[in-house]
Design a protein around this ligand. Structure first.
Ligand code: NI
Length: 249
């Protein structure tokens, strides 16, 4: 199994070692959200063979953004185990007032993804129009919509582009009907499994702290929705992840 999106900062878990140990036979892609967490991702990929990383500046964190982040990002993109830029994007839910800054920083990071042929992991919430407008200028860049939360109509637009869909615990929620419909319609070869740990814990553990091993419950739900075996879902989505992030396995 590959959890294509999780946050493994030490401060987020009581016992990060055991969380990582549980994934010994599997792989994870740790994501950064700001300078500090991205530095931690770089440390993790060097310390564990089964951890890859994406580093980047999250739209809700742009207040903390400083110009010295870009040279750090560029330097580390040269490492083969840093497999993308993320999570980056636009979020107007709580932080609409930083809209202009979010767009500027999103584009700066997309430019680097283009230069280094890396995948971008996009976080987009309540910012659909602007997100579409920005990505239309970067359709040559490989993209993942992390924790996809928009409608089926939007998914159909994105299916025409070079975009993969990150699906996590929300698909298991009883009130996750909209996402279940989307997952039913998107071909399996366009889906990636993710947990977004420690957030968005799938059923039956909703309410507890999430961890990458719970990717199994996401796979189980997708199998149920699509009428496939769990093995089929795991096999295809693992292939998808290897292809999307050029993982050296
Ligand atoms: Ni995340």
């Amino acid at each position: 199994m590959i959890d294509t999106h999780c946050h493994l900062d030490k401060k987020l878990y009581e016992d990060i070692e055991s969380v990582i140990k549980k994934m010994d036979m599997n792989k994870m892609i740790a994501a950064g959200v700001d300078y500090d967490s991205s530095k931690e991702v770089v440390k993790l990929v060097n310390a564990y063979t089964n951890i890859y990383g994406v580093i980047g500046f999250h739209p809700e964190e742009v207040d903390k953004y400083t110009e010295n982040f870009l040279p750090f990002l560029e330097e580390n993109l040269k490492q083969p185990k840093i497999v993308g830029i993320g999570e980056i994007g636009l979020d107007y839910h709580y932080t609409k007032e930083t809209k202009d800054k979010q767009i500027t920083i999103f584009k700066q990071q997309l430019d680097l993804a283009r230069k280094y042929h890396k995948t971008v992991v996009i976080h987009s919430r309540d910012a659909l129009e602007d997100t579409l407008e920005v990505i239309k200028e970067y359709l040559d860049v490989k993209m993942v919509f992390h924790c996809f939360g928009y409608s089926l109509e939007v998914a159909k637009i994105l299916l025409k582009y070079n975009v993969m869909f990150g699906i996590g615990g929300v698909v298991t929620f009883k009130n996750g009907k909209k996402l279940k419909e989307v997952v039913k319609e998107i071909p399996l070869d366009r889906l990636l499994l993710e947990t977004d740990s420690p957030y968005l814990t799938p059923e039956p553990y909703r309410g507890e702290k999430n961890e990458p091993y719970n990717i199994l419950y996401v796979a189980e739900e997708i199998a149920k929705i699509k009428g496939l075996s769990i093995k089929e879902v795991l096999d295809v989505t693992t292939e998808n992840a290897i292809r999307q992030f050029d993982l050296l396995i």
